[in-house]
Design a protein around this ligand. Sequence first.
Ligand code: URA
Length: 214
Amino acid sequence: MAQAELDLIAQEVKTCTKCKLYKSARQGVPGEGPANAEILFIGEGPGFYEDQQGRPFVGASGKFLEELLASIGLKREDVFIANVVKHRPPGNRDPEPDEIKACSGYLDRQIAALQPKVIVTLGRHSMARYFPGAKVSSIHGQARVVDGRLVVAMFHPAAALHQESLRQTVIADFKKLPGYIARAKGQGSPAAPSAVPKLAPPEEPEGPKQLSLF
Ligand code: URA
């Protein structure tokens, strides 16, 4: 059932013309992972290699993501990996608000099909879905219960590749994931205030376009 819906979404993404991104991209990149994945990672959008291969996180960011997963005993095959936009923005520019909006239904349906226990947002664009107005630099590593599901905000792996000082931060944030996963699976209480670090209030009422990566 979940697999059938995920397959259907993938098919639709491949022929999607809901926004302009399909015109410059080689192909749609729906995302991948097992239909019973308990963890969903949401990145920003396909880059050059993802666009070539039709698979998410297969370039340098993907290699680092795989290392991060390995550091907590997971393989990429254990988790579902998707993006906010399914076609590569030209020149790897940021996805624009109308593109994110046009594509959001696919992510909504992927989440509905997967029913993941934990969602990890990678970078500011996926973070903005759940933590509007927040800055990654303020809330990275923190979790919030949204619609009964634990959502954890993380820096995008590419940020750590571009800024060496962030590398250890990202590694440390990933180390918190097994605890969050255990809580979300009922071996703790995700809703308990002590289980989930309190979020700092948004620093300024910004729209997704204005949020800075760091
Ligand atoms: N960066 C992303 O956000 N997504 C990918 O799929 C690859 C790199």
